[in-house]
Design a protein. Structure first.
Length: 310
């Protein structure tokens, strides 16, 4: 579904709710205000709410922010209220805190002159999604609970039972997502090329052999690719190598097709690198830790996919 279709659906849900009808879709939740995603408790409440919808049986899920479906009241809301710079940071939070990140789209709409935010969560074939370390406020401080799986029932979120998890695995078999990519890269082709000036690297690039398999229900046109990799799991910012290409010629991957491409990816970083650092990476190329690859489609959608090396 595109943004226009989702907006129309949300308007219908709101109209029915204002008219006194119950919101019967368990995968629709309303929040009067955005979570503060710069705050630990706010972030983890957000993670609980979105992962619960992603884990719940059924089709697309939605969080409508700026409306209380019980009091039928509005309070203007927009993405900037969550205290993040842009929506890409939400994806990074999911990658960091959830064992397998799921798709999530956010956008702002206007309904009857009220500003609202909408979070759209497509059905996931990777559920159950586990919060690696869920944090909540206790009487004597923050309580940390590892490996929590949440699910939505009626109008509330609960910790998933064994039966709930069994249903998640059953539901996975019935879902053909719009976008499903399997991406792998030839590790030998990750060798970095670079030029130096006065001992400092001025620019760097890679031309990896990347294999894309489209298992989704629609063709994909890729206009951007971003890859990050590092030598150590706990690498600092200046030890992470980020490469990307944007606004190139679209790469079309039809449904049920596999293609190999060799994009030219340029390094981007605010840090000054020495020649020896890149030589060290090239010597240890087989041991590199690969971050998920981020794909940008021609309609502006970002898809984050684990990157398999071979």
């Amino acid at each position: 579904m595109n943004a226009s279709q989702i907006s129309s659906l949300i308007e219908n849900i709101l109209t029915q709710s204002i008219d006194g009808q119950e919101i019967e879709n368990v995968k629709v939740d309303c929040k009067l205000k955005w979570w503060d995603l710069s705050d630990t408790i706010g972030l983890h409440e957000f993670l609980k709410d979105v992962s619960a919808i992603a884990n719940t049986f059924g089709l697309d899920g939605y969080l409508i922010i700026g409306f209380d479906d019980k009091s039928k009241s509005f309070d203007d809301a927009q993405f900037s209220d969550c205290n993040l710079r842009d929506t890409s940071q939400i994806r990074n939070l999911l990658i960091k805190h959830v064992d397998i990140a799921f798709d999530l789209n956010t956008f702002d709409i206007t309904f009857n002159r009220h500003k609202l935010s909408v979070i759209h969560i497509p059905p996931s074939i990777d559920k159950p999604h586990v919060l690696r370390l869920y944090k909540r406020q206790g009487k004597n401080g923050i309580i940390e609970e590892p490996n929590k799986i949440f699910i939505r029932k009626n109008t509330s979120n609960y910790i998933a039972s064994k039966n709930d998890i069994d249903i998640m695995y059953y539901d996975r078999k019935n879902i053909i997502p719009e976008y499903k990519l399997i991406v792998s890269v030839n590790i030998k082709s990750l060798k970095i090329g670079f030029t130096t000036q006065a001992g400092t690297v001025t620019d760097f690039s890679i031309n990896p052999v990347i294999t894309f398999e489209n298992q989704g229900s629609r063709p994909i046109a890729i206009v951007g690719i971003r890859i990050g990799y590092k030598l150590f799991e706990d690498a600092s910012h200046d030890e992470i190598y980020m490469f990307e290409v944007l606004n190139g010629q679209p790469i079309i991957i039809p449904v049920n097709n596999i293609i190999n491409i060799v994009p030219s990816l340029n390094g981007k970083s605010p840090f000054k690198y020495t020649r020896s650092k890149f030589e060290d990476v090239n010597l240890n190329v087989r041991n590199l830790i690969l971050d998920p690859i981020v794909i940008t489609t021609n309609n502006g959608k970002e898809i984050t996919v684990p990157l398999i090396k071979y």
